[in-house]
Design a protein around this ligand. Structure first.
Ligand code: GLN
Ligand code: MG
Ligand code: MG
Ligand code: MG
Length: 445
């Protein structure tokens, strides 16, 4: 047993953990659990735990379905909402292996991100990332089902008593902190019932793990307050949706490779090429970073979400923004298009590969756009050479099918399963009849 694994076994003992949840995510980003009694922990570390992969969305066919989970000891955490005096449950995030080859399973999203990190490493870079997931808190009905009634009427940075959720937010923060999160800030977002909690940047893999954990903690603790937390990107029409802005920087030999104090924007040539790469691959990355039908209801003008493919050093209508940085180490770019319905492993992998492609090809970064792009007409956009993001999930999947760099980022297996699932999701949407249509037409015709 490695030292790290032994430390976990000791913790399991001292903290009275009786059940361990072994977690991984499917291609769509849903967290999956296999629960084992604590007595099996040692075996999980030495031999792994076997499971049937054919029942997991997008994994494997029935005839090659034996998979093995290998827990990553650095991800051990006690689940705060399950803690009792003399018993506790904990989780470990796992890598998935193919039992017939013994190799990492190519369909494991965490493995997809690890490949992106390796590519960066081969180029001499370490990646730091920090997401800003936003979410809504809704009341539950008598049956405990989610409604779209917001639990408060607060607005951006409002304080109690209007911000009734600050109690819930506080409990969520305690929960996250007990699981090892370093919380930087939390505030009421622009829309009623909308919130944001920011945690510190970390290496790319830990950050993706953190997003997966964050979503479950927020949901579980909101539920204790009889509230439904949702990361659906646009639950209410005509108000701000929920984004997951993602801050990224690359470090080389311990120095921030994105920083250049001599540059007007504090950005190095590397940072600009990385930015250019994301701009070039944005339509395909969108399919991964904004993977639901509903994602595209957020990416419309007027709600602080991007629509146009451009970067800016100040304005928030751009796809990528250069935030003000207090120190050289903090120079970074902020990709503003991802939303929290994405699979964080795949979305980060796609962003990383897009950016690295920009560096590898030495792409030229266009000039920043300082005006509010929402107010540009088509002519002005053409003059500035500004393209538009895909307008719906179908168009985004089309773009993904034309972009080999992002396809390779996912790998053939994930790419195929992802496209299949998203095509069918979009088709299902196209043939459905919405409330809007009934309201508009039922009595008119
Ligand atoms: N909710 C906005 C979005 O969809 C962002 C608002 C903000 O963080 N200032 O991206
Ligand atoms: Mg923020
Ligand atoms: Mg925000
Ligand atoms: Mg932001």
């Amino acid at each position: 047993l490695s030292d790290e694994a032994q430390a976990v076994i000791d913790k399991i003992d001292s903290e009275n953990v009786d059940f361990l949840r072994l977690q991984f995510t499917d291609i769509l980003g849903t967290v999956k659990n296999v629960s084992i009694p604590a007595s099996q922990a040692e075996k999980a570390f030495t031999e792994g735990i076997y499971f049937d992969g054919s029942s997991i969305d997008g994994f494997v066919r029935i005839q090659e379905s034996d998979m093995r989970l290998e827990p990553d000891p650095s991800t051990f955490a006690i689940l705060p909402w399950r803690k009792k005096e003399n018993s506790a449950a904990a989780r470990l995030i796992c890598d998935v292996f193919n039992t017939s080859t013994g190799e990492p399973f190519i369909g494991d999203p965490r493995g997809v991100l690890k490949r992106a990190i390796e590519r960066a490493d081969d180029m001499g870079y370490e990646i730091n990332a920090a997401p800003e997931p936003e979410f809504f808190l809704f009341e539950e009905d008598e049956g405990g089902r989610a409604t779209t009634v917001t639990n408060d009427a607060g607005g951006y940075f409002d304080l109690a008593p209007k911000d009734l959720a600050s109690d819930v937010r506080r409990d969520i923060i305690y929960g996250l902190e007990s699981m090892g999160f370093d919380i930087e800030a939390s505030h009421h977002e622009v829309a009623e019932g909308q919130h944001e909690i920011n945690f510190t940047y970390d290496d790319a893999l830990s950050t993706a793990d953190n997003v997966a954990t964050f979503r479950s903690v927020v949901r579980a603790i909101a539920a204790e307050h009889d509230l439904h937390a949702t990361f659906m990107p646009k639950p209410i029409a005509r108000v701000n949706g929920s984004g997951m802005h993602t801050h990224i920087s690359l470090f080389k030999d311990g120095e921030n490779a994105f920083h250049d104090g001599a540059d007007e924007f504090d950005l190095s040539e590397t940072a600009k090429q990385f930015t250019a790469g994301i701009l070039e691959h944005a339509p395909a990355v969108t399919a991964v970073a904004n993977p639901t039908v509903n994602s595209y209801k957020r990416l419309v003008p007027g709600y602080e979400a991007p629509v146009y493919i451009a970067w800016s050093d100040r304005n928030r209508s751009a796809l990528i923004r250069k935030p003000a940085a207090r120190t050289p180490a903090a120079s970074r770019i902020e990709a503003r298009f991802p939303d929290p319905s994405c699979n964080p492993y795949l979305a980060l992998a796609a962003l990383i590969h897009a950016g690295l492609d920009g560096i590898e090809r030495g792409l030229d970064c266009p000039n920043p756009v300082r005006e509010n792009i929402y107010e540009f007409d088509e002519e002005k956009r053409e003059e500035y050479g500004i393209e538009t993001l895909p307008k719906d999930l179908g168009a985004a999947v089309d773009a993904l099918e034309e972009d080999e760099v992002i396809q390779n980022a996912l790998g053939e297996h994930v790419f195929e399963k992802f496209v299949q699932a998203k095509r069918s999701e979009f088709q299902d949407y196209l043939v459905s009849v919405s409330e809007w249509e009934l309201d508009r037409y039922l009595e008119t015709f």
